[in-house]
Write a protein that binds this ligand. Structure first.
Ligand code: W6P
Length: 479
């Protein structure tokens, strides 16, 4: 038999090898977590540089009669005028590193999962994007022109669109997998582990891309926000109450449309450290992320309250408390929607369970726009954790649920929490089945999924979502 390989096949083989090599290369690097502080301004400014900028700023200030206060204006100037190249140099390395880290994790997934069509489709998008970015890899810093910068911004826009349906497609993949394959609670825990890390990686990449496009893409810079506190997607004076009210209004609209009823909401805010505790609470945050979190929580709370009080004349209000202390901004949302059994709480965050073909309450889940059985809650928790915050549910079964959102006040502390690909994460996917070391760890965590047998005692509710915080120390970023 003659062995023939067509040119195109050969080219494909060669590219595949190159990509694998390149992925391996970039996967060695540890993603560099950015704090909100750094997001707002990439480099710590040296004093001389600040002085120079301040001088320039005075001129601009006189000319435009803007009344920015200095530090913000400095940030603005730096980021708008001086940083497209800094941002480019950072992203052309950081994006491939983050992509390669998660692509390696894709490779560690059990084979039956990797073979699902929708999963392969998503994996293909990551490869395309990775290759697209390699184009900018070897450009000498001194050779970077405005044309390169423009092409980079446009490429990022293409990438952002290519990945816009990743969440739905992965959800489709999980559904396909559930229909095709046998799975146990170990597989369930692997999917949970992977998707948390995969979506966190996606949130982080999209935030970086979005930030660059908002600041440096010519189309978005035309209608740049005049508010000096806003730098790209970050608002240094995020008005937490206003976002909560907005999220409530929109969730309530959906609720009214569907149920023709909805509870009121009482907002309270306490600015503990301010002279006047009624003073407006603001913080440095990404408003769209906060909105996403609160909108999701409101939808769940509204639905629970309306359904629980279907037959009564009055609907008890939802209570929202927003409090700013020295470390945290805490948002507590209390509903009287009947609560949930403690053992079920973690299931609300379970991807596998949330994509069940028949949700536990078919009547509500199949038709309600407020259906809580999507990926809304696990993703909201990831948004909170992304900047080192957290999200908790605490329920009084038979009465109601309190949802807690914690956000870091200090923009230096509000730093990305990124999944790292290393031995520890790789081993998580191996087939060595962990044995429970508590007698109650054989408790079934998916009571509705009778086909999930917890054979190994790896109880889902035991798996911590905080392991990354006390994981292995990060080594420095090698270049
Ligand atoms: C519930 C279930 C839930 C999830 C998230 C937020 C609030 C609520 N209330 O009953």
């Amino acid at each position: 038999m003659r062995f023939t390989v067509s040119l195109s096949q050969l080219r494909k083989v060669v590219t595949d090898v190159n990509i694998t090599d390149a992925v391996q290369h970039y996967a060695q690097f540890i993603p560099q977590a950015m704090s909100l502080d750094k997001f707002v301004c990439f480099e710590r400014l040296r004093e001389k540089k600040v002085a120079m900028i301040l001088r320039k700023l005075c001129v601009i200030k006189r000319r435009t009669e803007c009344h920015y206060h200095y530090p913000l204006a400095v940030v603005r100037l730096i980021c708008y005028k001086a940083c497209p190249k800094t941002s480019f140099m950072f992203l052309r390395k950081e994006l491939p590193v983050r992509l390669a880290n998660i692509m390696s994790e894709f490779n560690s997934l059990p084979t039956p999962l990797k073979q699902v069509d929708s999963v392969k489709l998503v994996r293909g998008w990551y490869e395309e994007t990775f290759v697209d970015l390699l184009e900018f890899e070897s450009l000498e810093s001194s050779q970077v022109t405005d044309t390169h910068l423009l092409r980079f911004a446009e490429q990022l826009d293409i990438i952002r669109n290519r990945h816009s349906r990743v969440v739905e497609t992965m959800a489709e993949g999980i559904k396909e997998f559930k229909e095709q394959s046998r799975y146990d609670s170990f597989m369930d825990s692997i999917i949970q582990y992977f998707l948390d890390r995969f979506y966190m990686n996606r949130i982080s990449i999209r935030t970086l891309i979005h930030q660059h496009i908002l600041l440096f893409h010519p189309l978005s810079s035309k209608n740049k926000n005049q508010n000096a506190a806003i730098v790209g997607g970050i608002d240094q004076e995020t008005d937490v109450l206003a976002i909560a009210e907005d999220a409530y209004d929109n969730a309530r609209f959906l609720c009214e449309q569907y149920y023709m009823a909805s509870p009121d909401c009482q907002f309270k805010s306490l600015n503990i450290l301010a002279e006047n505790q009624d003073e407006l609470i603001t913080m440095t945050y990404i408003p769209t992320h906060l909105y996403h979190i609160l909108f999701e929580l409101f939808k769940n709370a509204l639905r629970a309250v309306v359904e629980f009080h279907q037959d009564s004349d009055t609907i008890p209000p939802i209570d929202v408390m927003i409090c700013k202390g020295g470390d945290d901004v805490t948002i507590k949302m209390s509903d009287q929607g009947g609560g949930i059994p403690r053992d079920r709480t973690e299931l609300l965050f379970n991807y596998m369970y949330s994509t069940a073909p028949r949700p536990p309450n078919p009547q509500a889940a199949s038709t309600t726009p407020l259906a809580g059985y999507g990926y809304g809650l696990p993703l909201s928790r990831l948004y909170a954790k992304y900047m080192r915050g957290s999200l908790w549910l605490s329920s009084v079964e038979g009465y109601g649920t309190d949802a807690f959102v914690y956000l870091k006040v200090d923009p230096k502390e509000a730093s990305e929490n990124l999944p790292l690909y290393n031995k520890t994460s790789h081993n998580k996917y191996s087939q060595s089945v962990p044995v429970g070391d508590w007698s109650d760890s054989t408790v079934r965590t998916c009571p509705q999924d009778s086909h999930i047998n917890n054979v190994n005692g790896a109880s889902l509710s035991k798996r911590s979502y905080c392991t990354r915080a006390n994981g292995p120390p990060r080594t420095t970023y090698r270049s």
